[in-house]
Design a binder for this molecule. Structure first.
Ligand code: SF4
Length: 496
Protein backbone atom coordinates (compact mmCIF):
# COMPACT_ATOMS: atom_id res chain seq x y z
CA UNK A 1 0.00 0.00 0.00
CA UNK A 2 1.18 3.48 -0.81
CA UNK A 3 0.85 6.58 1.33
CA UNK A 4 -2.15 8.72 0.57
CA UNK A 5 -1.45 11.22 -2.14
CA UNK A 6 -2.64 14.82 -1.66
CA UNK A 7 -6.42 15.00 -1.95
CA UNK A 8 -7.81 17.16 -4.71
CA UNK A 9 -11.24 18.38 -5.71
CA UNK A 10 -14.14 15.89 -5.83
CA UNK A 11 -12.29 13.54 -3.51
CA UNK A 12 -10.06 12.49 -6.37
CA UNK A 13 -6.52 11.67 -5.50
CA UNK A 14 -3.54 11.92 -7.71
CA UNK A 15 -1.39 8.87 -8.35
CA UNK A 16 2.24 9.81 -8.77
CA UNK A 17 3.61 6.34 -9.47
CA UNK A 18 4.29 7.03 -13.13
CA UNK A 19 4.44 10.00 -15.50
CA UNK A 20 0.74 9.69 -16.38
CA UNK A 21 -0.19 11.17 -12.97
CA UNK A 22 -3.80 9.97 -12.96
CA UNK A 23 -6.51 11.66 -10.93
CA UNK A 24 -8.50 8.78 -9.44
CA UNK A 25 -12.06 9.02 -8.11
CA UNK A 26 -13.03 7.16 -4.91
CA UNK A 27 -13.60 3.49 -5.72
CA UNK A 28 -12.01 3.84 -9.16
CA UNK A 29 -8.76 2.63 -10.69
CA UNK A 30 -6.07 4.54 -12.51
CA UNK A 31 -5.38 4.13 -16.23
CA UNK A 32 -3.16 1.09 -15.70
CA UNK A 33 -5.57 -0.74 -13.34
CA UNK A 34 -2.68 -1.09 -10.91
CA UNK A 35 -3.54 1.70 -8.50
CA UNK A 36 -6.90 2.64 -7.04
CA UNK A 37 -8.54 5.11 -4.69
CA UNK A 38 -9.77 3.17 -1.68
CA UNK A 39 -11.53 5.60 0.65
CA UNK A 40 -9.10 8.36 -0.11
CA UNK A 41 -6.03 6.17 0.10
CA UNK A 42 -3.93 5.35 -2.95
CA UNK A 43 -3.41 1.60 -3.00
CA UNK A 44 -1.65 -0.83 -5.24
CA UNK A 45 -4.64 -3.05 -5.96
CA UNK A 46 -2.92 -6.33 -6.88
CA UNK A 47 -1.60 -8.28 -3.93
CA UNK A 48 2.06 -7.94 -3.11
CA UNK A 49 3.65 -11.33 -3.82
CA UNK A 50 5.92 -12.96 -1.29
CA UNK A 51 7.72 -16.18 -2.19
CA UNK A 52 7.73 -18.93 0.38
CA UNK A 53 10.39 -21.58 0.17
CA UNK A 54 8.64 -23.70 2.75
CA UNK A 55 5.47 -23.91 0.67
CA UNK A 56 7.41 -25.15 -2.32
CA UNK A 57 8.83 -27.87 -0.10
CA UNK A 58 5.31 -29.17 0.53
CA UNK A 59 4.15 -27.02 3.46
CA UNK A 60 0.47 -26.17 3.72
CA UNK A 61 -0.81 -22.87 2.40
CA UNK A 62 -1.97 -20.54 5.15
CA UNK A 63 -3.47 -17.27 3.96
CA UNK A 64 -1.64 -14.32 5.41
CA UNK A 65 -4.55 -12.80 7.16
CA UNK A 66 -6.59 -15.90 7.91
CA UNK A 67 -6.79 -16.88 11.54
CA UNK A 68 -4.71 -13.88 12.46
CA UNK A 69 -5.48 -14.29 16.14
CA UNK A 70 -3.78 -17.66 16.46
CA UNK A 71 -1.16 -17.10 13.85
CA UNK A 72 2.27 -17.97 15.19
CA UNK A 73 4.31 -15.89 12.78
CA UNK A 74 6.00 -18.90 11.27
CA UNK A 75 5.40 -17.68 7.73
CA UNK A 76 8.05 -15.07 8.27
CA UNK A 77 10.77 -17.55 9.04
CA UNK A 78 14.00 -16.36 7.60
CA UNK A 79 15.35 -16.96 5.08
CA UNK A 80 12.34 -18.93 3.74
CA UNK A 81 10.57 -15.71 2.78
CA UNK A 82 11.53 -13.56 -0.16
CA UNK A 83 9.81 -10.25 -0.80
CA UNK A 84 9.30 -9.90 -4.54
CA UNK A 85 8.57 -6.71 -6.43
CA UNK A 86 5.29 -8.06 -7.83
CA UNK A 87 2.59 -5.76 -6.51
CA UNK A 88 5.16 -3.76 -4.53
CA UNK A 89 4.49 -0.57 -6.47
CA UNK A 90 6.56 1.91 -8.38
CA UNK A 91 8.13 5.15 -7.29
CA UNK A 92 8.18 8.21 -9.48
CA UNK A 93 10.13 10.36 -9.98
CA UNK A 94 12.95 8.00 -9.63
CA UNK A 95 15.09 9.56 -6.94
CA UNK A 96 12.54 8.38 -4.39
CA UNK A 97 13.65 5.21 -2.63
CA UNK A 98 12.22 1.93 -3.93
CA UNK A 99 8.92 0.87 -2.33
CA UNK A 100 10.50 -1.84 -0.19
CA UNK A 101 14.07 -2.17 0.97
CA UNK A 102 14.08 -5.29 3.10
CA UNK A 103 16.82 -6.51 5.39
CA UNK A 104 17.22 -10.17 6.20
CA UNK A 105 19.90 -12.45 7.57
CA UNK A 106 21.15 -15.36 5.50
CA UNK A 107 23.54 -17.77 7.15
CA UNK A 108 24.79 -15.08 9.46
CA UNK A 109 25.21 -12.48 6.73
CA UNK A 110 23.13 -9.31 6.77
CA UNK A 111 21.49 -8.95 3.40
CA UNK A 112 19.20 -6.46 1.81
CA UNK A 113 16.73 -6.83 -1.04
CA UNK A 114 15.58 -3.72 -2.86
CA UNK A 115 12.30 -4.29 -4.69
CA UNK A 116 10.45 -2.14 -7.16
CA UNK A 117 8.14 -2.51 -10.09
CA UNK A 118 10.24 -0.93 -12.79
CA UNK A 119 8.69 0.94 -15.69
CA UNK A 120 10.38 -0.16 -18.90
CA UNK A 121 10.05 1.94 -22.02
CA UNK A 122 13.13 0.13 -23.28
CA UNK A 123 12.01 -3.45 -23.31
CA UNK A 124 10.78 -6.25 -25.47
CA UNK A 125 10.57 -9.99 -25.71
CA UNK A 126 12.57 -12.53 -27.62
CA UNK A 127 10.36 -15.40 -28.76
CA UNK A 128 11.76 -18.80 -29.66
CA UNK A 129 9.34 -20.91 -31.65
CA UNK A 130 10.32 -24.52 -32.05
CA UNK A 131 9.37 -25.24 -35.63
CA UNK A 132 10.93 -26.06 -38.96
CA UNK A 133 8.16 -24.28 -40.75
CA UNK A 134 9.09 -21.02 -42.38
CA UNK A 135 7.39 -18.22 -40.48
CA UNK A 136 8.63 -15.45 -42.75
CA UNK A 137 11.81 -13.93 -44.13
CA UNK A 138 14.36 -12.46 -41.76
CA UNK A 139 13.57 -8.80 -41.01
CA UNK A 140 9.90 -9.25 -41.99
CA UNK A 141 7.54 -7.27 -39.81
CA UNK A 142 5.56 -9.16 -37.18
CA UNK A 143 2.12 -7.74 -36.47
CA UNK A 144 -0.32 -8.00 -33.61
CA UNK A 145 -3.80 -6.64 -34.08
CA UNK A 146 -2.63 -5.42 -37.49
CA UNK A 147 0.11 -3.21 -36.06
CA UNK A 148 3.86 -3.78 -36.44
CA UNK A 149 5.21 -4.96 -33.08
CA UNK A 150 8.53 -6.55 -34.04
CA UNK A 151 10.35 -8.56 -36.67
CA UNK A 152 11.60 -11.99 -37.61
CA UNK A 153 15.21 -12.43 -36.64
CA UNK A 154 17.74 -15.21 -37.23
CA UNK A 155 16.62 -18.81 -37.39
CA UNK A 156 18.25 -21.04 -34.80
CA UNK A 157 18.74 -24.79 -34.61
CA UNK A 158 15.19 -26.08 -34.98
CA UNK A 159 13.61 -22.79 -33.95
CA UNK A 160 12.49 -19.55 -35.50
CA UNK A 161 13.17 -16.42 -33.49
CA UNK A 162 11.10 -13.27 -33.23
CA UNK A 163 12.17 -9.99 -31.66
CA UNK A 164 9.13 -8.10 -30.43
CA UNK A 165 8.72 -4.72 -28.80
CA UNK A 166 11.54 -2.34 -28.16
CA UNK A 167 11.45 1.38 -27.78
CA UNK A 168 10.88 2.09 -31.46
CA UNK A 169 7.62 0.17 -31.57
CA UNK A 170 6.54 1.34 -28.11
CA UNK A 171 7.22 5.03 -28.62
CA UNK A 172 8.50 5.64 -32.14
CA UNK A 173 5.40 4.85 -34.19
CA UNK A 174 1.76 5.77 -33.97
CA UNK A 175 -0.18 5.71 -30.74
CA UNK A 176 -2.01 2.62 -31.97
CA UNK A 177 1.27 0.86 -32.74
CA UNK A 178 2.57 1.64 -29.27
CA UNK A 179 -0.58 0.31 -27.64
CA UNK A 180 -0.66 -2.85 -29.75
CA UNK A 181 2.99 -3.47 -28.92
CA UNK A 182 2.43 -2.94 -25.21
CA UNK A 183 -0.66 -5.19 -25.22
CA UNK A 184 1.15 -7.99 -27.05
CA UNK A 185 4.20 -7.81 -24.78
CA UNK A 186 2.09 -7.76 -21.64
CA UNK A 187 0.00 -10.73 -22.73
CA UNK A 188 3.07 -12.75 -23.70
CA UNK A 189 4.91 -11.91 -20.48
CA UNK A 190 1.89 -12.92 -18.40
CA UNK A 191 1.60 -16.25 -20.19
CA UNK A 192 -1.37 -15.49 -22.44
CA UNK A 193 -1.66 -16.57 -26.07
CA UNK A 194 -1.10 -13.93 -28.75
CA UNK A 195 -1.78 -14.27 -32.45
CA UNK A 196 1.01 -12.83 -34.56
CA UNK A 197 1.11 -12.46 -38.32
CA UNK A 198 4.31 -12.18 -40.29
CA UNK A 199 4.40 -10.07 -43.45
CA UNK A 200 4.87 -12.46 -46.39
CA UNK A 201 4.75 -15.30 -43.91
CA UNK A 202 2.69 -17.32 -41.49
CA UNK A 203 0.17 -16.63 -38.76
CA UNK A 204 1.36 -18.07 -35.50
CA UNK A 205 -0.28 -18.38 -32.13
CA UNK A 206 2.34 -18.00 -29.43
CA UNK A 207 2.04 -18.73 -25.72
CA UNK A 208 4.98 -19.15 -23.37
CA UNK A 209 5.57 -22.80 -22.54
CA UNK A 210 2.95 -24.09 -24.99
CA UNK A 211 3.28 -25.61 -28.49
CA UNK A 212 3.00 -22.99 -31.22
CA UNK A 213 0.19 -23.06 -33.79
CA UNK A 214 1.49 -22.26 -37.25
CA UNK A 215 -1.28 -21.39 -39.70
CA UNK A 216 -3.71 -23.11 -37.35
CA UNK A 217 -1.66 -26.32 -37.12
CA UNK A 218 -0.25 -27.39 -33.77
CA UNK A 219 3.49 -27.91 -33.94
CA UNK A 220 4.15 -31.07 -31.99
CA UNK A 221 7.80 -31.83 -32.51
CA UNK A 222 11.03 -29.90 -32.68
CA UNK A 223 13.31 -31.52 -35.23
CA UNK A 224 15.92 -33.96 -34.12
CA UNK A 225 18.63 -32.10 -36.05
CA UNK A 226 19.35 -30.73 -39.49
CA UNK A 227 19.15 -33.12 -42.45
CA UNK A 228 22.85 -33.86 -42.28
CA UNK A 229 22.80 -34.51 -38.53
CA UNK A 230 19.79 -36.80 -38.94
CA UNK A 231 21.73 -38.85 -41.48
CA UNK A 232 24.62 -39.06 -39.04
CA UNK A 233 22.37 -40.15 -36.18
CA UNK A 234 20.31 -42.77 -37.99
CA UNK A 235 22.59 -44.10 -40.76
CA UNK A 236 23.17 -47.35 -38.90
CA UNK A 237 19.43 -47.89 -38.48
CA UNK A 238 18.99 -47.71 -42.24
CA UNK A 239 22.00 -49.76 -43.26
CA UNK A 240 20.90 -52.96 -44.98
CA UNK A 241 17.24 -51.93 -45.02
CA UNK A 242 17.15 -49.35 -47.78
CA UNK A 243 19.53 -48.27 -50.56
CA UNK A 244 19.16 -44.49 -50.25
CA UNK A 245 17.80 -42.02 -47.71
CA UNK A 246 17.16 -38.31 -48.22
CA UNK A 247 16.42 -36.21 -45.14
CA UNK A 248 14.61 -33.14 -46.44
CA UNK A 249 15.53 -29.91 -44.67
CA UNK A 250 15.18 -26.34 -45.84
CA UNK A 251 18.64 -25.57 -44.47
CA UNK A 252 20.80 -28.68 -44.95
CA UNK A 253 19.30 -31.65 -46.75
CA UNK A 254 21.18 -34.89 -46.16
CA UNK A 255 21.78 -37.75 -48.66
CA UNK A 256 22.88 -41.03 -47.09
CA UNK A 257 24.92 -42.54 -49.94
CA UNK A 258 27.01 -39.38 -50.37
CA UNK A 259 27.28 -38.45 -46.69
CA UNK A 260 30.37 -39.40 -44.71
CA UNK A 261 28.19 -41.57 -42.49
CA UNK A 262 27.09 -43.58 -45.53
CA UNK A 263 30.64 -43.78 -46.90
CA UNK A 264 31.96 -45.23 -43.65
CA UNK A 265 29.20 -47.84 -43.71
CA UNK A 266 30.11 -48.74 -47.29
CA UNK A 267 26.80 -47.70 -48.81
CA UNK A 268 27.03 -47.75 -52.61
CA UNK A 269 26.38 -44.75 -54.85
CA UNK A 270 22.73 -44.69 -55.80
CA UNK A 271 23.01 -42.37 -58.79
CA UNK A 272 20.73 -39.88 -57.07
CA UNK A 273 20.85 -36.31 -58.34
CA UNK A 274 19.79 -33.53 -56.00
CA UNK A 275 18.63 -30.06 -56.83
CA UNK A 276 19.98 -27.17 -54.78
CA UNK A 277 23.53 -26.20 -53.94
CA UNK A 278 25.95 -28.90 -52.85
CA UNK A 279 27.90 -27.81 -49.79
CA UNK A 280 29.99 -30.84 -48.84
CA UNK A 281 29.43 -34.51 -49.70
CA UNK A 282 25.87 -35.52 -48.83
CA UNK A 283 24.88 -32.03 -47.65
CA UNK A 284 22.77 -29.74 -49.85
CA UNK A 285 21.56 -26.17 -49.31
CA UNK A 286 18.53 -24.52 -50.93
CA UNK A 287 16.88 -27.62 -52.35
CA UNK A 288 13.62 -25.65 -52.41
CA UNK A 289 12.21 -22.40 -51.13
CA UNK A 290 11.34 -22.06 -47.46
CA UNK A 291 7.75 -22.79 -46.51
CA UNK A 292 5.51 -24.82 -44.26
CA UNK A 293 5.85 -28.14 -46.11
CA UNK A 294 8.42 -30.94 -45.83
CA UNK A 295 11.32 -30.02 -43.53
CA UNK A 296 10.49 -26.31 -43.59
CA UNK A 297 10.52 -26.16 -47.38
CA UNK A 298 7.61 -25.14 -49.55
CA UNK A 299 7.22 -28.56 -51.12
CA UNK A 300 4.43 -31.08 -50.62
CA UNK A 301 5.99 -33.67 -52.99
CA UNK A 302 9.59 -34.48 -51.99
CA UNK A 303 10.41 -35.80 -55.46
CA UNK A 304 10.46 -32.16 -56.56
CA UNK A 305 13.94 -31.82 -55.06
CA UNK A 306 15.39 -34.68 -57.11
CA UNK A 307 16.77 -34.69 -60.65
CA UNK A 308 16.97 -37.83 -62.80
CA UNK A 309 18.90 -40.81 -61.43
CA UNK A 310 22.22 -41.50 -63.15
CA UNK A 311 21.69 -44.67 -65.23
CA UNK A 312 25.36 -45.60 -64.81
CA UNK A 313 24.85 -46.05 -61.04
CA UNK A 314 21.13 -46.48 -60.42
CA UNK A 315 19.20 -49.68 -61.14
CA UNK A 316 15.55 -50.71 -61.27
CA UNK A 317 14.37 -51.91 -57.86
CA UNK A 318 16.62 -49.50 -55.94
CA UNK A 319 14.82 -48.44 -52.74
CA UNK A 320 14.71 -44.97 -51.25
CA UNK A 321 13.32 -43.40 -48.08
CA UNK A 322 12.57 -39.68 -48.01
CA UNK A 323 11.86 -38.23 -44.60
CA UNK A 324 11.69 -34.83 -42.93
CA UNK A 325 13.75 -33.80 -39.92
CA UNK A 326 10.86 -34.37 -37.52
CA UNK A 327 9.64 -37.59 -39.11
CA UNK A 328 6.34 -35.82 -39.68
CA UNK A 329 6.65 -36.49 -43.41
CA UNK A 330 8.00 -39.74 -44.83
CA UNK A 331 7.62 -41.66 -48.10
CA UNK A 332 9.14 -44.81 -49.53
CA UNK A 333 9.99 -45.31 -53.19
CA UNK A 334 11.25 -48.04 -55.52
CA UNK A 335 12.84 -47.20 -58.90
CA UNK A 336 10.95 -48.62 -61.88
CA UNK A 337 12.47 -49.84 -65.13
CA UNK A 338 12.86 -46.24 -66.33
CA UNK A 339 14.64 -45.38 -63.05
CA UNK A 340 11.71 -43.27 -61.90
CA UNK A 341 10.88 -43.39 -58.17
CA UNK A 342 7.44 -44.93 -57.57
CA UNK A 343 5.89 -44.56 -54.15
CA UNK A 344 5.12 -47.79 -52.34
CA UNK A 345 3.89 -48.79 -48.91
CA UNK A 346 6.47 -48.11 -46.22
CA UNK A 347 8.12 -51.35 -45.01
CA UNK A 348 7.68 -51.94 -41.29
CA UNK A 349 11.36 -51.70 -40.40
CA UNK A 350 11.63 -48.30 -42.10
CA UNK A 351 8.40 -47.15 -40.47
CA UNK A 352 10.05 -47.98 -37.16
CA UNK A 353 13.07 -45.85 -38.07
CA UNK A 354 10.74 -42.94 -38.88
CA UNK A 355 9.02 -43.46 -35.53
CA UNK A 356 12.46 -43.39 -33.91
CA UNK A 357 13.14 -39.99 -35.49
CA UNK A 358 9.83 -38.75 -34.09
CA UNK A 359 10.63 -40.22 -30.69
CA UNK A 360 13.94 -38.39 -30.61
CA UNK A 361 12.33 -35.03 -31.27
CA UNK A 362 11.61 -32.87 -28.28
CA UNK A 363 8.16 -31.36 -27.79
CA UNK A 364 7.87 -28.09 -29.72
CA UNK A 365 7.32 -25.09 -27.47
CA UNK A 366 7.17 -21.34 -27.64
CA UNK A 367 9.55 -19.69 -25.21
CA UNK A 368 9.31 -16.04 -24.23
CA UNK A 369 12.16 -14.10 -22.68
CA UNK A 370 11.50 -10.61 -21.39
CA UNK A 371 14.42 -8.26 -21.97
CA UNK A 372 14.63 -4.85 -20.38
CA UNK A 373 17.14 -2.24 -19.42
CA UNK A 374 17.09 -1.02 -15.85
CA UNK A 375 18.04 2.52 -16.71
CA UNK A 376 19.54 5.28 -14.64
CA UNK A 377 16.11 6.19 -13.36
CA UNK A 378 15.18 2.84 -11.87
CA UNK A 379 18.61 2.54 -10.35
CA UNK A 380 18.20 5.82 -8.53
CA UNK A 381 15.49 4.24 -6.41
CA UNK A 382 18.08 1.77 -5.20
CA UNK A 383 21.00 4.07 -4.55
CA UNK A 384 21.81 7.74 -4.71
CA UNK A 385 24.77 6.89 -6.91
CA UNK A 386 23.23 4.74 -9.67
CA UNK A 387 26.39 3.78 -11.52
CA UNK A 388 27.66 2.04 -8.41
CA UNK A 389 24.69 -0.32 -8.58
CA UNK A 390 25.61 -1.16 -12.17
CA UNK A 391 29.18 -1.87 -11.15
CA UNK A 392 27.99 -3.93 -8.24
CA UNK A 393 25.85 -6.07 -10.56
CA UNK A 394 28.73 -6.47 -12.99
CA UNK A 395 31.05 -7.42 -10.15
CA UNK A 396 28.51 -10.09 -9.11
CA UNK A 397 28.05 -8.45 -5.72
CA UNK A 398 24.39 -7.80 -6.45
CA UNK A 399 22.00 -10.43 -7.73
CA UNK A 400 19.17 -9.29 -10.00
CA UNK A 401 15.93 -11.27 -9.95
CA UNK A 402 12.57 -10.69 -11.60
CA UNK A 403 9.72 -11.73 -9.35
CA UNK A 404 12.27 -14.01 -7.68
CA UNK A 405 13.15 -15.66 -11.00
CA UNK A 406 16.81 -15.76 -12.08
CA UNK A 407 17.92 -13.31 -14.75
CA UNK A 408 20.75 -13.16 -17.23
CA UNK A 409 22.44 -9.75 -17.12
CA UNK A 410 24.13 -8.76 -20.35
CA UNK A 411 27.81 -7.85 -20.24
CA UNK A 412 28.69 -4.30 -21.22
CA UNK A 413 27.07 -1.11 -20.03
CA UNK A 414 23.85 -0.75 -18.08
CA UNK A 415 21.77 -3.41 -16.38
CA UNK A 416 20.11 -5.08 -19.36
CA UNK A 417 18.63 -8.36 -18.27
CA UNK A 418 16.62 -11.22 -19.67
CA UNK A 419 14.23 -13.53 -17.85
CA UNK A 420 12.21 -16.55 -18.88
CA UNK A 421 8.68 -15.31 -18.24
CA UNK A 422 7.47 -18.81 -17.43
CA UNK A 423 9.65 -18.72 -14.30
CA UNK A 424 8.03 -15.53 -13.01
CA UNK A 425 4.94 -15.89 -10.76
CA UNK A 426 1.61 -15.54 -12.56
CA UNK A 427 0.64 -12.07 -13.75
CA UNK A 428 3.92 -10.63 -12.56
CA UNK A 429 3.99 -8.02 -15.31
CA UNK A 430 1.90 -4.90 -15.75
CA UNK A 431 1.84 -1.81 -17.91
CA UNK A 432 1.37 1.92 -17.83
CA UNK A 433 -0.22 3.74 -20.73
CA UNK A 434 2.82 5.88 -21.58
CA UNK A 435 3.07 3.05 -23.03
CA UNK A 436 5.60 0.92 -21.19
CA UNK A 437 5.76 -2.42 -19.47
CA UNK A 438 6.02 -2.77 -15.73
CA UNK A 439 8.31 -5.58 -14.62
CA UNK A 440 9.25 -6.65 -11.09
CA UNK A 441 12.92 -6.24 -10.24
CA UNK A 442 14.72 -7.16 -7.06
CA UNK A 443 18.33 -6.39 -6.22
CA UNK A 444 19.82 -8.53 -3.45
CA UNK A 445 23.20 -7.79 -1.91
CA UNK A 446 25.01 -7.59 1.37
CA UNK A 447 23.77 -4.83 3.60
CA UNK A 448 27.33 -3.62 4.05
CA UNK A 449 27.77 -3.40 0.28
CA UNK A 450 24.46 -1.60 -0.02
CA UNK A 451 25.67 1.03 2.39
CA UNK A 452 28.94 1.39 0.48
CA UNK A 453 27.20 2.03 -2.82
CA UNK A 454 25.12 4.84 -1.35
CA UNK A 455 21.92 2.90 -0.64
CA UNK A 456 18.89 4.46 1.01
CA UNK A 457 19.86 3.12 4.43
CA UNK A 458 17.22 5.12 6.30
CA UNK A 459 14.54 3.22 4.35
CA UNK A 460 15.75 -0.30 5.15
CA UNK A 461 13.05 -2.29 6.93
CA UNK A 462 13.46 -5.63 8.67
CA UNK A 463 11.75 -8.62 7.14
CA UNK A 464 9.79 -9.03 10.38
CA UNK A 465 7.82 -5.87 9.56
CA UNK A 466 6.06 -7.82 6.85
CA UNK A 467 4.01 -9.71 9.39
CA UNK A 468 1.69 -6.70 9.62
CA UNK A 469 -1.77 -6.33 8.04
CA UNK A 470 -1.64 -8.44 4.95
CA UNK A 471 -4.81 -7.72 3.05
CA UNK A 472 -2.70 -6.74 0.07
CA UNK A 473 -0.15 -9.47 0.35
CA UNK A 474 -0.14 -13.04 -0.88
CA UNK A 475 2.29 -15.88 -0.46
CA UNK A 476 3.07 -18.15 -3.35
CA UNK A 477 5.31 -21.21 -3.33
CA UNK A 478 8.78 -20.62 -4.60
CA UNK A 479 9.26 -22.60 -7.82
CA UNK A 480 11.55 -25.50 -7.22
CA UNK A 481 13.25 -25.05 -10.61
CA UNK A 482 14.39 -21.53 -9.69
CA UNK A 483 17.37 -21.00 -7.41
CA UNK A 484 16.28 -19.53 -4.11
CA UNK A 485 17.10 -15.82 -4.48
CA UNK A 486 18.70 -15.69 -1.07
CA UNK A 487 20.70 -18.89 -1.33
CA UNK A 488 24.46 -18.59 -1.34
CA UNK A 489 24.68 -20.27 -4.76
CA UNK A 490 22.21 -17.85 -6.28
CA UNK A 491 23.72 -14.94 -4.42
CA UNK A 492 27.29 -15.72 -5.40
CA UNK A 493 28.33 -12.16 -4.76
CA UNK A 494 27.05 -11.70 -1.24
CA UNK A 495 28.62 -15.00 -0.16
CA UNK A 496 31.83 -14.62 -2.06
S1 SF4 B 1 -1.14 4.96 -15.03
FE1 SF4 B 1 -1.18 3.77 -13.13
S2 SF4 B 1 0.81 4.14 -12.16
FE2 SF4 B 1 0.52 5.72 -13.74
S3 SF4 B 1 -0.35 7.44 -12.62
FE3 SF4 B 1 -2.08 6.26 -13.48
S4 SF4 B 1 -2.65 4.85 -11.84
FE4 SF4 B 1 -0.64 5.66 -11.31
Amino acid sequence: MQDAAPAVADDKIRCDACPVMCFIKPGALGACDRYGNEAGVLVRVDPHVVLDHWLSDGGAVVPFNAGALDWDGSILREPATFITAIGAGTTYPDYKPAPFIVASEVEGVDMVTVVTEGIFSYCGVKVKIDTDRHLGPERALVRADGEPVGHVTTGEYGSQMLSLGGVHHLTGGTKREGRATCDALLALCNGAAVELTVDEGATVLVQAGKPPLVNGQVEERMRVGCGSATIGMFAKQWFGKVDEVVVVDDHITGVLSEHQAGKLLGIADSGIKMKGRRSTPGRYFQVADPGTGWGGTNIADPLQILGSFDPRKARPGLTMLMVSTTGEHASYYVLDEALRPVEQAMPDDLARSVALIQENCEPALSTVLFMGGAGGSLRAGVTENPVRLTRSVKDALTVVTCGGAPTYVWPGGGITFMVDVSKVPANGFGYVPTPALVAPVEFTLRLSDYEKLGGHMDHVRPLSEFRGPAAHRTRVPHRAENPWPLMPDAARGPHR
